[in-house]
Design a protein around this ligand. Structure first.
Ligand SMILES: [Zn+2]
Length: 64
């Protein structure tokens, strides 16, 4: 595949998806990731204590 093919694929995908994703980004549909600040283990939203290192330092990240 040439660079031109790749770019037109990319542009075609962006063209059809951009309006939807820019709308949904402001719609509260961001994914929230919970992660132990101490060791970096990803934990669930209900997790108050890291299963890996028992730290209670859980942080939230919103990923759009
Ligand atoms: Zn941890």
């Amino acid at each position: 595949m040439g660079l031109t093919d790749f770019l037109s694929d990319l542009l075609a995908g962006t063209d059809s998806q951009a309006p939807v994703s820019s709308l949904s980004a402001g719609d509260g549909s961001a994914v929230i990731v919970y992660e132990c600040r101490h060791c970096g283990t990803t934990v669930g939203p209900e997790t108050a204590c890291c299963p890996s290192c028992q730290s209670e330092n859980i942080v939230e990240y919103a990923i759009e």
